[in-house]
Design a protein around this ligand. Sequence first.
Ligand SMILES: *Cc1c(COP(=O)(O)O)cnc(C)c1O
Length: 424
Amino acid sequence: MFEPTESYAKRLDEQDEFASYKQEFYINDDQIYMDGNSLGLMSKRAEKTLLDVMEAWKTLGIDGWTKGEHPWFYLSESLGAKMANLVGAKAEEVVVTGSTTTNLHQLVSTFFKPEGMRTKILADELNFPSDIYAIKSQLQLHGLDPNEHLVRVKSRDGRTLQEDDIIEAMTDDIALIILPTVLYRSGQLLDIERITKAAREKGIPIGWDGCHSVGVIPHHFHDVGADFAYWCHYKYVNSGPGGVAGLFVHKRHFGIEPGLAGWFGSDKQKQFDMEHVFTPAEQAGAFQIGTPHVFSVAPLIGSLELFEEAGIKAIRQTSLHRTAYLMYLVNEYLDDFGFEIGNPKEDERRGGHVCLEHPEAASICKALKDRQITPDFRSPNVIRLAPVAFYVSYHDIYQTVMAIKDIMEQECYKQYKNERDVIA
Ligand SMILES: *Cc1c(COP(=O)(O)O)cnc(C)c1O
């Protein structure tokens, strides 16, 4: 269905409905950025709304909380309502707050209620380390030994998880389930609906980590009945380094006591009564803790405009087509060099990046960087390549594969140490 030539790549770009979005982002003509799954690029709109909010501080001082174009006091909720489209939720089920890891702490401390036989948390052995650290420390706060009470579903191949294995692990001693929507290394997309249904049938609350899917895959957290979800915005949603994260709590839980209380979780009408009795908001806003990091929220205002214009369904279709083309070129041109594609090939089982495995992955990534191509390395042997719909063209994908081919043919990677830098 694809053709291997450069002219074909250029033809695809001519027909590409997303091509015009590239000019919305800051990227040099001679650069190719394949790392949007780790840190999305800055858009001009994100820059503008950050500057707008700084201007409000400059001109309004404390009145910026309630006045100006984007009153800070309501931003977490109003942006949550906009994010609801991306995650398939009701407007009041989402709030923009905290970081991925602090939101996980908040949600585990709210939803983990060990009782009788049910004392364990089910996760998986491929999840991101921070999630596992948070879960372990939450168990310890309950006086429970993580070695015994954290159950991690095993991977059969070291890359992916089987839905059957996950469902089988939902035994009578599990009190909470935490899983990633898309695995950060291999890019596997789990069957969220099937797993959530199975958890609900067994009466086990389930929460999803959407870091590697929010902004690139449509979600339906409300309709599938997930209990909660949490994610960052600095990857596919392009909100900038340390950008404030998001969380979803299903409506049926409204009124539940937040595990970690703080005054920004208050009912907004009551917050400034300054009572020592906490009256939580009736919506997802209840799970906020302290004053929002307004400058780290502000870029999201502008960034989300692009998502509203493009639509998450079209973003997903475009992303799938770009990753399919990338996999095609890998098979076409890199077959002789010992690469393996580690992500599932089916559309419904893969996320927004391609997982290219090679024993020399670290040094190949360094060689790519010296050619103005930014890949992403994950120890020990994974090159993650995310052809983001908004700013990676088909010709960029073609050039990336050609650069890897050249690096392998010329053995350029041998000039570099095959080990990661401090940040990989
Ligand atoms: C990126 C990522 C995180 C990062 O958490 P922070 O609190 O934002 O540092 C956590 N979990 C997963 C699965 C991620 O992909």
